[in-house]
Write a protein that binds this ligand. Structure first.
Ligand SMILES: CC(C)(COP(=O)(O)OP(=O)(O)OC[C@H]1O[C@@H](n2cnc3c(N)ncnc32)[C@H](O)[C@@H]1OP(=O)(O)O)[C@@H](O)C(=O)NCCC(=O)NCCS
Length: 343
C-alpha cells in the first residue's frame, strides 16, 4: 500500500519548490496542449508575494516520499468570504492512485476549518478544431461531487499570424464611431487622475460578464487602495502589466479598461486580464479600440512574444466577436466546477 502525505510548500525549501514546478510543468505538457508553461521565476515569486485582498495556501502531496501533486487555495479576504478558489494537479504518471482524492479531502477540511462553504476549480475539455485534451480533470471533478456551473472558451492569439493591415482598418473604423473619447495607456502604474475609475471598472468584472446561474461569485469590494496594492504586488513579482483605458472627454468618466499581463521569465506567452466597457458607454467600438491599442503596446514592448491567452463565457457574443476579429482562436473549453460544503 502506497503512503500519501501532504505538506505545506515552504517557499524557502528549494528542493520541494523545484520538484513542485517540474511536476506542474509535466501536468501542463500532458493536460493543456498549447497553454503557457509555468515560469519557474514567476512561481517562486508567487510563493512569496500576493495581493492583500487574498490569502493563499499551497500544499504538496508526496507518494512514498516523492512530490507528485499539489494544491493551491485562494481565500478572498475583503469579499467573497464564502469562497475558496482551488487549483489541483497530480503528475500524469502517478494518477488513479488516490492522490487527487486525498488532496480534495484535505482541501474540503481546510475550507471548513476556515469557515468557507464554496469550492471553485477549473477543468479543461477539447473543442472542435482545437487540440485533443485528456479529460481526467473533468471526470475526476464529476466523481468527487463537483458540479459544472459555467463554461468559458479559452482562446489564444498567435500574434505572428495577425495581419497588421486588417487591424489598422478595424482600428480606424472603430474610432470613426467613438468621437468624444480619448485613449490612455500605461505600464504597471495607472495614472492618478483615472485610478478611481479603474477601481470601478475592476469591480464591474465581478458583476457584468455573463455568468452561470449556479456560479457563486459575489460582488467585489474595489477601491483605489486595492488597485494600487495589486499594482505593487505585480511589479514586485516582476510581472509586466500593459494597460489601456478610454475616457469620455467631456465628463472625464473612465468608460473602459483592458490589460495584459506578461509573467517574468516568459518570452512566448502572455495572458489577457480584464476587459470591460461601462454599460452607459457600450456600442461605440470602445472594446475594439482597447483591445487593438493594447495588443499594439504589447508588440512594442515584447516584439518576440507570440501568444496571448484569453477566456470568455460562451454566451459573451460581443467580447468573442472582438477577440476573433483581432486574431484569437479557440483552444479549449474551461469549465468551472463548484461544490457547496454542507455542515
Ligand atoms: C484531476 C486529477 C487531479 C486527478 O488526480 P488523481 O490522483 O488521478 O485522482 P484519483 O486517483 O484520486 O481519482 C479519483 C477518481 O476520479 C475519477 N477519475 C480520475 N481520473 C479519471 C479519468 N482519467 N477518467 C475517468 N475517471 C477519472 C475516478 O472516479 C477516480 O477513481 P478510480 O480511479 O477509483 O476510478 C489529475 O488527473 C490532474 O492533475 N489533472 C489535470 C489538472 C486538473 O484538471 N485539475 C483540476 C481538478 S478539479
Amino acid at each position: 500500500m502506497s503512503d500519501i502525505d501532504i505538506i505545506p510548500i515552504d517557499p524557502l525549501d528549494a528542493e520541494v519548490v523545484g520538484a513542485w514546478i517540474a511536476m506542474q510543468n509535466a501536468v501542463i505538457a500532458h493536460d493543456r496542449p498549447g497553454d503557457a508553461p509555468y515560469s519557474p521565476s514567476h512561481q517562486r515569486l508567487r510563493l512569496l508575494l500576493h495581493a492583500s485582498a487574498v490569502d493563499v495556501e499551497r500544499y504538496a502531496a508526496r507518494l512514498d516520499g516523492v512530490l507528485v501533486g499539489s494544491v493551491e487555495l485562494v481565500f478572498y479576504l475583503t469579499d467573497n468570504q464564502h469562497l475558496v478558489s482551488v487549483e489541483l494537479e497530480v503528475h500524469p504518471d502517478c494518477r488513479r492512485r488516490g492522490v487527487g482524492t486525498r488532496l480534495v479531502e484535505f482541501v474540503e477540511q481546510r475550507a471548513a476549518e476556515r469557515g468557507r462553504d464554496t469550492l471553485l476549480a477549473g477543468v479543461a475539455e477539447s473543442v472542435e478544431g482545437g487540440p485533443a485534451f485528456d479529460h481526467a480533470g473533468r471526470e475526476f471533478a464529476k466523481a468527487r461531487g463537483y458540479a459544472s456551473v459555467d463554461n468559458e472558451i479559452h482562446r489564444r492569439n498567435d500574434l505572428f499570424a495577425v495581419e497588421d493591415d486588417d487591424l489598422a482598418k478595424l482600428y480606424a473604423d472603430a474610432w470613426a464611431k467613438a468621437a468624444g473619447y480619448e485613449l490612455i495607456q500605461w505600464v504597471n502604474h495607472a495614472p492618478d487622475d483615472i485610478v478611481e475609475g479603474i477601481a470601478a471598472m475592476r469591480a464591474r468584472m465581478y458583476t457584468d460578464p455573463p455568468m452561470g446561474e449556479e456560479l457563486d461569485i459575489r460582488p467585489a469590494v474595489y477601491d483605489v487602495a486595492r488597485v494600487r496594492d495589486e499594482e505593487r504586488v505585480r511589479a514586485d513579482r516582476g510581472e509586466l502589466q500593459l494597460a489601456a483605458a478610454v475616457r469620455h472627454v467631456e465628463s472625464g468618466e473612465v468608460a473602459g479598461l483592458t490589460d495584459i499581463l506578461v509573467p517574468p521569465g516568459s518570452e512566448t506567452h502572455a495572458g489577457q486580464n480584464d476587459t470591460i466597457v461601462d454599460p452607459s458607454h457600450r456600442g461605440r467600438r470602445l472594446g475594439t479600440i482597447l483591445k487593438i491599442a493594447n495588443q499594439r503596446l504589447l508588440r512594442e514592448y515584447r516584439p518576440k512574444l507570440r501568444y496571448v491567452h484569453t477566456w470568455n463565457a460562451e454566451s459573451n457574443a460581443h467580447m468573442i466577436a472582438i477577440n476573433e476579429a483581432v486574431g484569437y482562436r479557440r483552444l479549449c473549453r474551461d469549465i468551472d466546477v463548484q461544490k457547496k460544503l454542507t455542515k
